[in-house]
Design a binder for this molecule. Sequence first.
Ligand code: ANZ
Ligand code: ZN
Length: 836
Amino acid sequence: MSAEQHYPFTEIEAKWQARWRESRSMACDITDATDKFYCLMMFPYPSGDLHVGHGRNYIIGDVLARYLRMEGRNVLAPMGWDAFGLPAENAAIKNNVHPADWTTRNIARMKRQFSRWGIEYDWQREVTSCEPEYYRWTQWLFLQLFDAGLAVRKQADVNWCPSCKTVLANEQVVNGRCERCDSVVEDRSLMQWFFRITEYADRLLGDLDQLDHWPERVKTMQRNWIGRSAGARIDFELVSTGEKVPVFTTRPDTLWGCTYMVLAVEHPLVESIIARSASGGADLRAFVSRVKRLGREARGDAGLEKEGIATGEEVVNPVNGRRIPLWLANYVVMDYGTGAVMAVPAHDQRDFEFAKRYNLPIEEVVAPPPGVQGTLPGAAWQDAGVLVRSGPFDGQKSDEALPKVIDWLREHEAGDHTVSFRLRDWLISRQRYWGAPIPIIYCPDCGTVPVPEKDLPVRLPTLVDFRPVGDGRSPLATSGEFLHTSCPKCAGPAERDTDTMDTFVDSSWYFLRYVSPHDSERPFDPAVANRWLPVDQYIGGVEHAILHLMYARFITKVLHDRGWIAFKEPFARLFTQGMITKDGAKMSKNKGNVVPPDVLIERFGADTERVYTLFIGPPEKDAEWNDRAVEGAYKFLNRTWRLVHEHLDAVRAYAANPAAITGVEMGSVERGLRRKTHSCVQKMRRDLAEQLHFNTAISALMELVNDCGEALRAAEGAMSPGMRLAIGEALHHLILMLSPMAPHVCEELWEKVGRPGGILAARFPQADLSALTVDSVTLVVQVNGKIRGRLDMPAGAAEAEVKRQALALPAVEQQLGGTAPRKVFVVPDKLVNIVA
Ligand code: ANZ
Ligand code: ZN
């Protein structure tokens, strides 16, 4: 490219970034919710450097916000920082700086990066979750849950990472290892705070059906995570003591095939069974501690090698009084159902494998349809069939008998319908420094006392040494000043809870804070929140499809129930963007495949990066970054720049009086260009507003630039008044339509066109439907050079279609007499010549 072909993006971008900042271009008037649009990006963790993969996320949001502004919507586009959490603490320990300083520095860096990308937010509404101004209200939220009985403290076996020296949530354990450091996770028992999200399991599941604008895949992930199973509780009886041992089963129809029972090693009966054990219980005890080390994740895995041990005791099956042996096994977990399983080896694969290994009886009670092999030597028959050896239910279809078996159990007071959920209560205590302190005080006399609201925030002390203590306590326990306090009830000496909250608590409500970010009286203004929420469009990574979204939905429902807000779901529309990969993998420092935006922006400008990022593929799909392909976007912007400059007068003339275009005389080339301009407008609106298909939107704009070039060539340099206006209009609309994607260059061009007030104040073009009507043309049809007929066709009709219709003319058919023509020539929109 020659020098004159480069547009001066460096100057242009610096100029407009400064203007947007000064004019607070994305400031939102929150007092007016008419035509409101709350466009929310998931607030990031301030990790410091942003690469082009992160860029995609924010660029998508920025394009949408800019586009909607041009549609006249009152757009709320805020940004903030999910600033508490482990990584800040770990990085701070590594680099020997305080997490607060590390975080502040990174926030400044990231804000600079946003600005260099031309991404604008309403920065007056910035929220930072590690600031007392914010976490004061996170603590308030805790008190709300406490007051509602939804925050409870219990002794709990937790996942303990020996290397991070902290408790991990179940979901932070991957294959029995710590998600962050890969150490093998151990079990520990600590007093922990839980939020009782399981109370909301049914509503969290049911309300998913109302979320019509969420990706189906995300809803499926949420459904699976909640994991609702309808089935039965069936009470067996322990022979030795007469105690009830309830099981949870989804297949009560197989009850007659139950040949033994299995308990989880954590089951409450296990201790007494060991105590009664004739052999002294050493073998049982050894088995229990070995299985406990396996971790919940591994035990739920289908591929797990099934292992167990007989307890020597028996239980009684309530339907037939039959005594069956009681075992402990590694494949039963305590925190699902009742922690006890009625084993039906003929019809459950896990039980089948177990029974084979330990020579337990396998008794078929569900016969498969005739001709189908039932329980095979290697596998259980798990489908429906006809019940056999099942007492009063013999001969019935198993699926039809299932509810009747439960009714029978109810009548005999041996069981009932029940539902189990996979969802667990939300463990929110963290033994870490960098988080919001839990606002609870323990008094020797009054017990557990919540910190009064007026005493919030409970400030995080500035500790010199904030490393984990390693004995299970949080580093906050080392600060005497923090730890020792007085009881809010009796004023006697008391101690604070020294744990901090899971950072998912911080992010479970931040979207509410944006509407009143600096309110010092309350977390948010309910009246404003009710007008602005639910969020109209939420954009973020699919990695948050389960936890963050589930917690945010839960907290929204809790605040709804407590009368704070009128809505029950926080996010009306959800968009999850795909990842940008490099060399086939997610960008990460470890892999050395990170593409930083700086070099790119220096060489080609931010607009080029934006356009390329949007053009790379459907935004919901992963896409591979290609450094070379970036140049294509750059060339497109240069071409646009040149074209507008060459026809600046025409654009100005059109802009001065757009209505004039309908009065001027136009030939088919001009009309053709107008048609293309307006069908491009239609396509843009569809792609942007309805589907967020930025990639096809950009290719439509590229096509329009080509169309302008073609029209100019067809006019052979003659600038009729009609052509002048048609080109003027095309380029005028092009600048507007391209501006959400390439805002700097378009602002500059818009200024050159002489329009006042900046491009965000301009309106996105409307399609002129009358320009979309297709001209029709009459083609002459000849056979061997003689005119044999005429065809009325839309202008620009495809050659194949023209040929087909020409050959179908009766006069032509007659001339050809049933033989195929030797050749057919088509002169577009004019002539068809058939050589017979
Ligand atoms: C008897 C039975 C017979 C079962 C049969 C299945 C097939 P979902 O669908 O996931 O809810 N189960 C119950 N509690 C368990 C626990 N704590 N740990 C491991 N397994 C447990 O699975 C429900 C089934 O999982 C239950 O139904 C039970 O086995 C087992 F032909 O009971 B079933
Ligand atoms: Zn007290």
